[in-house]
Structure formats: C-alpha cells, structure tokens
Design a protein around this ligand. Sequence first.
Ligand code: FES
Length: 81
Amino acid sequence: MSAGFEIILDGGPVPVRLGQTIGAALHAAGIRSWQVTGGRARGLFCGIGVCFECLVTVNGTPSLRACQVQARPGDRVAAGR
Ligand code: FES
C-alpha cells in the first residue's frame, strides 16, 4: 500500500493516496456524491474541471472544484459551496 494520509469530509475521515485530488480520494472511498442541488445528487461528473458538479469548501474556502484540488494532509472538506 502506498503512503497516504487522511482528510476530513463533514467530520469523517477519508483516506488519501499521495497525489490524489480531493475528488479522486472521495471517489476511491466510495463516496459518489456529496451535495444535492435541484433535487439531484452531485459529485464527480466530468473529472476535468469543466462541469462544476463537484464543488466543495476546503479549509473554509468555498466553491472549489474537488476534481481540481490536490488533497493535503488534514484538509477539512465540507460538501457543497
Ligand atoms: S467533476 Fe466536473 S468540474 Fe469537477
């Protein structure tokens, strides 16, 4: 197993492999959606920064695309904007 660390999503730990984006880590952990807008579950969709379906708040900074932000040890991630 490669070296890794954890981030915190809405209070719960999520394992991360070095170099993963937050979106990749959530997907690898089986988390397919983390917000609901317009009655639809939202999470990774395009995975390349185009669709804005994957927005999260990281360490208090809102509206970041989870698929574009590299995870760092101890990041505190909140679902949605
Ligand atoms: S999954 Fe489309 S912008 Fe992140």
